[in-house]
Design a protein around this ligand. Sequence first.
Ligand code: GDP
Length: 313
Amino acid sequence: MDSNKTYLSKAITLIESTLASHQQPAQELIMRCLPFSGKSIRIGISGSPGVGKSTFIESFGKFLFGKNYKIAVLAIDPSSNRSKGSILGDKTRMEELSSLQNVFIRPSPSSGTLGGVARKTREAIILCEAAGFDLIIVETVGVGQSETAVHSLVDFFLLLLLPGAGDELQGIKRGIMEMADAILINKADGENIAKAQIALAEIRNALHFFRLKDSEWSPVAELCSAKDSTGIPEIWDVVCRYIDQSKSTGYFEKRRIEQYMQTLYKSIEEALMTNFLHSPGISDGLNQMEARIKAGEISSYQAANELLKLYSK
Ligand code: GDP
């Protein structure tokens, strides 16, 4: 498996490369891996910085390692190219977990747009699955849009919160909570326990007001302490229940297909946009149209039409 990890690392570096000469071999590699992919459980984990994501993944990962899962941890971190602190770049994170055989940890690509990073992560998932990893964790920091990106890549979405739910609930966008299949209040240990229990009650209460999910799954809220490894087997039970339920209703397969279709359309959109922006005259045209919109001479809609006419010439 160790040599596998080295090859896998190299393969991911290839697909992350922006060199023109790497694009064709990268796509070929993905095509070859595709038939061997798709068999893992994909879990997304999100939460604000400091909530305990890496401590949780370390604890959860070790537990799953004990159950003979082969775990790959990938990250989506749109901020990593701005602030140097890539969420997985720091070597001290998940040190014990990363030293285990059968565990592969990969930091987020160090640059790129959120869309680009999400695409690379989707491709990295395929490579990890083909390399035999059967549990994929995609981590993201709670900044809003990246949750949506992670949600579109995974089967199960887990949100970590801190005790002190009142403040926390206000800080967290409702949409993110609505995406969650489970919410864990982490750091429910020591002096935090009473606060964590209040937070749990508030969150459970809030969950009642969310509309029923397409999956027909009622999101679960629980306490955990990543530090003391409490609540870890319980959350794994929740994931298993979700997977069993969604497989038996057919939702699991349906959702994966939906995700692939979303990617199809997103890829077309991105390619068209790139093509459009690089077409002759478009750059100047855009500048002119922006000025005319600001001056109130033309509506945005008309301007778009003019530019598209120019593009299709
Ligand atoms: P991340 O930024 O979300 O990845 O958070 P980290 O895992 O780096 O944790 C941030 C801080 O919270 C560290 O000092 C951890 O030791 C601490 N921490 C993480 N989980 C727990 C927990 O369950 N209980 C307590 N008391 N502290 C924790």
